[in-house]
Design a protein around this ligand. Structure first.
Ligand code: GAR
Length: 321
């Protein structure tokens, strides 16, 4: 199994979601480990539990500090603990833009509603008053807007005829405890999920000029040019035609470049058998910590190799400026 993702959990109070994450992390096959539980409140009951479970904790009260200064202290503690992800679990503080930016795509929150419905407070009462038949909870990425980032996972919870805010909240909390560890596990292992990897390649391939997707021998592929005369510049290989693992196939400038790449990094590059001595190179995408900027550059270089002159000419002209 790949190295476990290192998680810092931020709490303000009870910490029952934190406890759910702590117990989930005890399973040997859980893909995350908790390296810190931090709070803005010395007396947060969750801290006592975390300590008893042998987890490092810290508390930095926000009183007397500006939002930015407080976030900076929290950030420092999180980095020092070696965390790669920040997990908000009942952390009742608005975060500064700077902090959100630093943890962009690496900070998750749980919210007791089916977002985008009922951001903010009193979510249960608002769902009941609206006459909804379902309430629920959402795990989402944290962005600058409150409770607004992309939703990663949700659980619906039926509203019963005699529910009040408290009875509904207690059932939603059960759903939260199930949802958060599962959503977090999925998120930190996304780099190994074939569907997620394919989506990353697809978005970057289709962002290039005049491209479309067409399967080739059952594998997704991307072509540049028209539907009739277009040429392939990339293929996605998922254990395709007997090759191991997941890889992107792109066109190098020729056999010399292909050989040099394999020589320099034989773990990541290989010559795809099916394409013989044509200069195509396979780049493994299932080893974690893929540099997606680099993959986008490869797609572009390969696109340049086969794109019609009228398209590449424009790029050559732009390059002169
Ligand atoms: C949870 O219900 C969580 O969804 C909510 O606070 C509670 C914390 O409970 N969070 C928010 O409302 C964030 N907007 P816990 O401390 O027992 O995990």
């Amino acid at each position: 199994m790949a190295e476990k993702a290192k998680i810092a959990i931020l709490i303000s109070g009870r910490g029952s979601n934190m406890a759910a994450l702590v117990y989930a992390a005890k399973s040997p096959d859980c893909p995350f480990e908790i390296v810190l539980v931090a709070s803005n409140n010395h007396d947060a009951p969750g801290l006592t539990l975390a300590r008893a479970e042998g987890i490092a904790t810290c508390a930095h009260p926000h009183k007397g500090r500006s939002r930015e200064a407080h976030d900076a202290v929290m950030h420092e503690a999180i980095v020092e603990a070696g965390a790669e992800y920040v997990i908000l679990a009942g952390y009742m503080r608005i975060l500064s833009d700077g902090f959100v930016k630093k943890w962009s795509d690496h900070m998750l929150n749980i919210h007791p509603s089916l977002l985008p419905k009922y951001k903010g407070l009193d979510t249960y009462q608002r769902a009941i008053e609206a006459g909804d038949s379902f309430a629920g909870c959402s795990v989402h990425l944290v962005t600058a807007e409150l409770d607004d980032g992309p939703v990663l996972a949700q659980t619906e919870v039926a509203i019963l005829p005699d529910d009040d805010a408290d009875s509904l909240a207690s059932r939603i909390l059960i759903a939260e405890h199930q949802l958060y560890p599962r959503a977090l596990a999925q998120y930190v292992t996304r780099e190994f999920d074939p569907d997620w990897i394919l989506e990353q390649v697809r978005n970057r391939a289709l962002a290039l000029e005049e491209t479309h997707e067409r399967a080739s021998f059952g594998a997704p592929g991307w072509r540049v040019g028209s539907e009739t005369t277009g040429k392939y510049f990339a293929y996605f290989s998922q254990s395709h035609l007997g090759e191991a693992g997941i890889a992107l196939l792109v066109k190098t400038t020729g056999l010399d470049e292909q050989a040099a790449l394999i020589d320099a990094d034989p773990e990541r590059y290989y010559a795809p058998k099916f394409y013989g001595k044509s200069g195509w190179i396979a780049i493994r995408l299932d080893q974690g910590r893929t540099d997606w900027e680099h993959i986008a550059e490869w797609l572009f270089k390969s696109w340049c190799q086969v794109a019609p002159k009228r398209l590449t000419r424009l790029i050559a002209i732009a390059d002169q400026f």
